[in-house]
Structure formats: C-alpha cells, structure tokens
Write a protein that binds this ligand. Structure first.
Ligand code: MEZ
Length: 558
C-alpha cells in the first residue's frame, strides 16, 4: 500500500502536513500534523456527518481520537477499529498490519521534568492525573497506544457504589457493609479485606467526584453477585466507559495536563536507595528520553490481551477470545516488577460469560441485569443468569458447543440503550414470535416457548423456582424476541502489583518502593478470585484518586 504521503503527492506539500519550519518536528502525539489534517479534511465530527456507511469509523465509541491513530503518513495506514472488530473496512493507503513503532534513535540528553508521571491513560490514569494536578503537582501522562482511554473506554455495564444520592433518590437500601460483603463473597474471600473495604467505603464519593466533573451516573442497575441495584451508569442505560472517558479526557484537557500518546515507558528509574526518580520513555518520533519525576503512578491496566501470558497462568484459557483492547498486555506490571515490586493473585483471571460468539464484543451483563435469560442449544435455561461471572462462565462452557443464547424481548431492548449497538454490529437474531426466533437460532421451538413461559411465571410469582435468580425485573412478553449467541472470553485479570491502602507499591520484602504508586487493573488484591461486574470502574476511580493524592503529597514534600 502507498502511504498517505505518497497519495498526497501533487495535492499537498510536506509543509502542508508538517508546518513551514525548516526542521520537521513531529511531536509523539502528532497534534501538529492532526491540526493540519483537520484544516483540509474537517474535524472528526464533520467527517462523521459526511460518511454514511452502516459502520461509520468516524463516529465511534473511541471518542475524539486523532486522525493519525488510523491514517499514517509514511507507513501503511490501519483502521484502529480493526484491532477489535472484523469489519470489512477500507482505508486509503491501508496495509495489512497495525502500526509498529519505528526504530528510534536514543535521545540520551533529553530530560523532561514533572512532579508526577502517570503511566497509562485509562480511567485510573486520568483520575490519578487530575487528582494530582488539583493537589498542585505538575503531571505528565504517558500512553503507549495512539489513543487514550485504555480498556476503560470499553467498559459497558457501569460503576458500583453504595449509599449514593442516586440510590437514595430511587429508594434503594444499600450500605458500604453490603457492598463489601458482596465483593468479598464474589471474590471467594481471597480479596485483601482492607482494599475491598476501601473500594466500598469510597465508592459513593467517587461517584460524586465523577459527577462533579460532569459525568451522568444517574441510572442504577444490577450486576451479577450484587445484593441490590448499585451499578451506576448514564441515563437510559448507555455504556459507562466511553462516557466517563470523555468526561475525564475533557477535564484533563481543561487543566492542560501534558498527555503523550504513542509513547511507551520502558523503565522506571530509581536511585541507589531504591527511590523512584523518573522514567525512560520511547516516543514514536522523539526516541528514547528521560522524564525526571518525584513520583510515578502505574495505571497501565491488566494483561487479558496477552494470550501467551494468560495461557501461562491459566493453560485452560489458551486460545480463548478476549473483550479487551489490544494494549492490555501487562506492560505496567512488568515495569513494576523490574523496579522490585511484588505480585499478588496473578492466576486469578476472569472469564466474562457473554462475549458475542465469533467476536471480541462484550455483551454487557446489564442485558441480563435488565431481564435477559440464558438459554442453551436445547432451548432451556441452565443457570441463574445473575450469578457471579466464574459460575455463569463455567455453566456456559458445560453446554453443547460451549456457547449459549442470551434471549430477550423488546421490553429489555428498550430498557438499555447499549443494546442498539449490538444490532448495529449485526450480532442479534430476531423473530416476531418465540417460534420464529427458535427457527432463526435453530433451537427446538416447543422447548424455547416452555422455557420463556416458565420464566415469565417466575417473574409473576416473584420466585424463580428452578434457578433462584434473585432479581426478576420484567417478564419476556413483548414482541419482537431477540437472541445473541455468546461464549465466555478473557475479560479481566484480578492479579497484579501488590499495593497498600495508600496505593503505594510493595516490594518483595513487604516494604513500599518509595515514590512508586499503582492503581486500577494492574494491581492485585481488590477483587480476590473473581471481580464483580461494575467493581472495575469503581476501583479505577477510587484508587486513582488515592494514588494521585498520595503521589502529589509525596512530590510536594520532597
Ligand atoms: O465491570 C465489568 O466488567 C462489566 C460491568 C462488564 C459488563 O458486563 O458490562
């Protein structure tokens, strides 16, 4: 494929893309080039209005991404969407492979300076950065991917929190103790009790903090393993991740926080006493350089998108699909261990029961929370749909074909905005009647009708006699009827860097590594053996705030 520079020949000059200065300078985030793309082609939003393909790559849940995330000037272009979706998407100058960092010269002399460096621009990283900034620290965020948002941007279901104003307005009786108890029970009591308690205790203030930044978390639904409705999400049940990522990104921009994408931390620097002094970074264009800093926060996520490592810890998950973005490879955990960190619970890897068969698209647990049932290829229910993820996944894997159908009606569809996205991606089969649906998905019609009738009776009686599903929000009686075939996929890694309740990283001798903090999925201990749906976003915000606050405090005192 001809790279874009070649395709622009005769239409634009080098200076049109790179500016008029004699020395071509391209910052790693490529903001200058992007500005010039926009001046000729229009903004992302304008491009989104121009194209009317069924799947419009300029209008996506990835938010305000830069042009050069997909369109490359001097190497083959590659649509970022294809990292996760199998679209037949053509792109000018498109090649067969994703961007690979070019060989870069070492830039040994360059040494930038910050109080706090945050590694990773997902929800934990943004939260830590905003908190540290607001506490008076100069912050730099380093992100290896060409876009910000990390896995948080894909988070669907919501954010768990107890004793919030939104719950109170809806008359939901919840407590910190109950959220703690559910989290510990869901985690098989392997959780670090102090970290799990911190999660529950700070959850309401984390919802208030995000709301204060402009987030809408007013809808409250239910996830597996929760005793009451405590999963907060935008009105109408829209996906939480893209929304809060937009809010956090906007807040970081408003504060002029220095965010460098296409930049990878390759080493955490320490002095002779083992105190953290900064990081070495490799930028896409600027090469390898140093940032001196008084504190470093690792917020680089887990390793679900690293199949070799998943199979190393859990051979039985070899070859399984993942719901994660391609950057979730565990680099932050490696950086921490290279700096002497201890690890916790690395073998605890969560399989999400409902990834659409043959894809990497997570079908949010909220679909079950709002009333969908799981039906096997014989047309029968086989599990309490709101049990914990480990149990639901094991039950699906025990069915013929190791898959099942999520079956729901138009009532469920209308109750949750996110479901429209599954139609858009052609993942849903439908029928005007249950009989038609049964024919479409090739299950025995009599069995499917009997299954739904028995379930609806349970809803009417407020008692799911067979599977003891605790929450029965609605009967499935409103045509049309829908089904999505689902299979379990690697979704979350519960293990990671061992931390204190202050988000300080612990070394193998049990002492903290001075100046090193961590938050989010790359840490171990909060969730034990199994994370409850909705506890991840809650963890990123709560521990991001703690890490940001403590890192800023340390930086300002040293
Ligand atoms: O926390 C999660 O992983 C979550 C809520 C996922 C989902 O099913 O939506």
């Amino acid at each position: 494929a001809e790279p874009l520079a070649k395709l622009h020949e005769g239409k634009a000059t080098c200076a049109d893309c790179h500016g008029r200065s004699k020395k071509i300078s391209v910052d790693d985030s490529e903001k200058g080039v992007n500005k010039n793309c926009i001046s000729c082609h229009g903004t992302l939003a304008e491009m989104g209005k121009k194209s009317h393909e069924e799947v419009n790559p300029h209008k996506s849940h990835l938010g305000e991404i830069s042009c050069t995330a997909c369109h490359h000037g001097h190497t083959a272009s590659w649509a970022y969407c294809l990292s996760c979706h199998p679209f037949d998407m053509k792109i000018a100058g498109g090649g067969a492979t994703a961007y690979k960092a070019a060989d870069v010269a070492k830039n040994k002399k360059r040494a930038d300076k910050a109080d706090v460096v945050v590694i990773g621009a997902g929800a934990a990283g943004f939260t830590a950065a905003i908190t540290a900034h607001d506490a008076g620290a100069k912050v730099i965020i380093i992100e290896k991917q060409p876009i910000t948002g990390g896995n948080s941007m894909l988070a669907a279901g919501g954010m768990n929190a107890a004793e919030t104003t939104f719950q109170k307005e809806k008359g939901i009786a919840d407590s910190v103790e109950l959220m703690y108890k559910d989290t510990m029970t869901g985690g098989g009591d392997l959780n670090d009790p102090a970290l799990a308690m911190l999660l529950a205790k700070n959850s309401a203030s984390s919802v208030a903090w995000l709301t204060g930044l402009g987030a809408d978390l007013s809808d409250v639904g239910r996830m597996g393993g929760a005793s009451v409705n405590r999963t907060h999400r935008p009105k109408g049940g829209a996906a939480v991740g893209a929304h809060i990522t937009d809010v956090l990104r906007r807040n970081a921009d408003q504060r002029n926080i220095d965010i460098r994408v296409n930049s990878k931390v390759v080493k955490i620097l320490e002095d002779k006493k083992g105190r953290v002094t900064g990081v070495r970074v490799v930028g896409k264009h600027s090469g390898e350089y140093t940032i001196n800093a008084k504190a470093v926060i690792i917020a680089a996520g887990g390793f679900s998108a690293n199949p070799e490592r998943v199979a190393y810890y859990r051979p039985e998950y070899k070859g399984m699909t993942t719901s994660n973005q391609p950057g979730a490879t565990g680099d932050g955990i490696d950086l921490g261990t290279a700096a002497g960190a201890d690890l916790k619970d690395m073998k605890e890897i969560q399989i999400h029961p409902t990834v659409a068969a043959g894809s990497r698209t997570l079908i949010t647990e909220a679909v079950r929370g709002n009333g969908a049932i799981l039906v096997n290829h014989e047309g029968k229910r086989f599990v309490n749909e709101l049990t914990t993820r480990d149990k639901a996944s094991a039950a699906i894997l025990a069915q013929r074909g190791q898959s099942a159908y999520l079956v729901f009606d138009d009532g469920v569809r209308k109750s949750l905005k996110q479901i429209d996205g599954y139609f858009h991606l052609n993942l849903v089969q439908q029928g005007a009647t249950l009989k038609d649906l049964a024919a479409a998905i090739k299950v025995p019609a009599d069995a499917l009708e009997a299954t739904v009738a028995a379930y609806n009776k349970g809803v009417d009686d407020k008692n799911d006699a067979e599977f003891k599903r605790p929450d029965l929000p609605r009967a499935l009686r409103t045509a049309k009827y829908y089904a999505i075939e689902v299979k379990p996929g690697v979704h979350y890694t519960m293990g990671g860097l061992k931390i204190t309740t202050g988000s300080e990283v612990l070394a193998k001798d049990g002492k903290t590594i001075a100046g090193l903090f961590a938050a989010g999925e790359g840490t171990g201990g909060v969730h034990g053996k199994n994370r409850l749906g909705g506890n991840s976003i809650s963890q990123t915000i709560t521990f991001g705030r703690i890490a940001g606050e403590n890192a800023a405090k340390l930086a300002k005192s040293s």
